[in-house]
Design a protein. Structure first.
Length: 423
């Protein structure tokens, strides 16, 4: 499917007068429409809720939009809990799906009344000693082996650090009941960025059968099943995007086949999507600073891997549009790079673009999730601003760009950097 930027070159140039490149920009309309489709897809399930994975796009303004659309939040750290608390999420609005969890994180999750999702059997005692066991508790399942859809291997849960084995799940439920837990949830995340409508239904079949077995063998009162994240997006123009309505319908069929006849027809379905909720509705806009020709052609931008790490880290494809040249033929083969002293700092390698010039605006698609949030400060590069392209066509600053004073802020105790600390 052709990838079309949600802002034009004219709009982008206008924005640049106030907010210089690079910046991440998010499309409010796209976010809201997609969130409504997700809700519609699971409307058949009375207790359904999407808990947006905060790590994908940890910005209070984005969380507020999703809150207005009825979403909760999935947190896995102290600061994600604090941001969610500050945005007005509390109690059953919060899933706390952490691993290797520090004590203070569990304490805050407990205090906020979040659903706590235990990553490991040993966390039962750990949590009990910290806060006591809440009446509603969730356990994370790792199915082991390979996760396959028909014969295609999607991922290898056996190599993943998360969750409990099947035996541990049963033992955890027994122990938790003895320690006072009254209501249960189960959770599993078995494959990442799946671009197939079969992922959730296939995962649901495993989870639903496990829920039936857990109920039958331990007598536990299971209230929710959390299918977690992993629903992917079509980063490449030749991929077919997931159809969330088909996904919801696929889960409904399995629900009616397995849960309803086993007396579990009231169980709520939860999801914890990050990528699917936000990735297509964000873009990184950057300007071409330099071009060079050596053994290859290079287009150098004012953004770098510190603003978008996925290509450098995973070799991920992100589609690129040169704004204003949407309809020109892609006859120019180049690497699109940032300025880190690190040769993996390339947004694209051997990409065919329209002939690109210094000063052109480069629009990197699908950076709305795991984009800005994976940013870092290597080479002293600063994090960019985040902007919201609102439904009324105006643009709102939702995070200012870092300044050198932010970069040096952690030396505020010693005086050495005071010259650059706005003191
Ligand atoms: C990362 C994560 C998610 C979100 O994953 P996506 O691939 O963005 O959908 C959900 N739940 C947990 C526990 C996660 O770690």
């Amino acid at each position: 499917m052709e990838k079309i930027p949600f802002i034009t070159k004219e709009k982008a140039e206008e924005i640049c007068k106030t907010y210089p490149t690079p910046f991440h920009i998010y499309d409010e309309r796209g976010i809201r429409e997609n969130a409504r489709r997700v809700k519609q897809a699971f409307a058949w399930n009375k207790g359904f809720r999407e808990y947006f994975a905060v790590k994908a796009t940890p910005n209070p303004f984005i969380l507020k939009i999703l809150q207005e659309e009825g979403c909760g939040v999935d947190c896995s750290s102290l600061t994600e809990l604090e941001m969610s608390d500050a945005c007005g999420f509390s109690g059953s609005d919060i899933m706390f799906s952490s691993n290797v969890t520090p004590a203070e994180d569990y304490r805050l999750a407990y205090k906020l009344g979040a659903y706590i999702n235990l990553d490991d059997f040993t966390h039962i005692d750990y949590l009990e000693q910290l806060t006591g066991i809440p009446e509603t508790i969730c356990c994370r399942f790792n199915a082991g082996g390979k996760f396959t859809i028909s014969t295609h291997i999607m991922d290898s849960p056996q190599d993943a650090k998360y969750g409990m084995t099947r035996d541990q799940m049963f033992e955890a439920f027994r122990v938790l009941q003895k320690k006072g837990a009254k209501r249960f949830g189960i959770h599993s995340f078995l494959a990442s960025n799946t671009v197939t409508n079969e992922y959730y239904p296939t995962l649901a079949r495993q989870m639903f059968q496990l829920a039936v077995d857990l109920k039958n063998e331990t007598g536990a009162d299971i209230r929710f099943i959390n299918l977690s994240g992993g629903v992917g997006v079509a980063y490449r123009p030749d991929q077919t995007p997931n159809d969330i309505l088909a996904i919801g319908e696929g889960v409904r069929k399995v629900y009616e086949e397995i849960l309803t006849p086993n007396g579990l027809g009231d169980v709520a379905i939860f999801t914890e999507m990050g990528r699917f909720m936000l990735a297509p509705y964000g873009a990184l806009v950057t300007r071409v600073l330099h071009k060079k020709h050596i053994y290859k052609e290079y287009v150098g931008c004012d953004a770098c891997a510190a603003n978008l790490m996925r290509p450098a880290m995973y070799g991920s494809y992100h589609h690129i549009t040169v704004l204003g040249k949407e309809h020109e033929p892609c006859t120019y083969k180049c690497d699109v790079t940032g300025g880190l002293c690190e040769n993996n700092d390339k947004f694209a390698i051997d990409r065919m673009l329209p002939p690109t010039e210094i000063g052109d605006l480069i629009y990197i698609h699908d950076t709305g999730a795991h984009g800005f949030s994976m940013g870092y400060n290597y080479n002293g590069k600063l994090r960019s601003a985040e902007l919201l392209y609102k439904e009324d066509g105006t643009v709102q600053l939702i995070r200012r760009a870092e300044t050198p004073a932010d970069y040096f802020a952690t030396f505020d105790f010693c005086g050495i950097m005071d010259k650059y600390l706005n003191k």
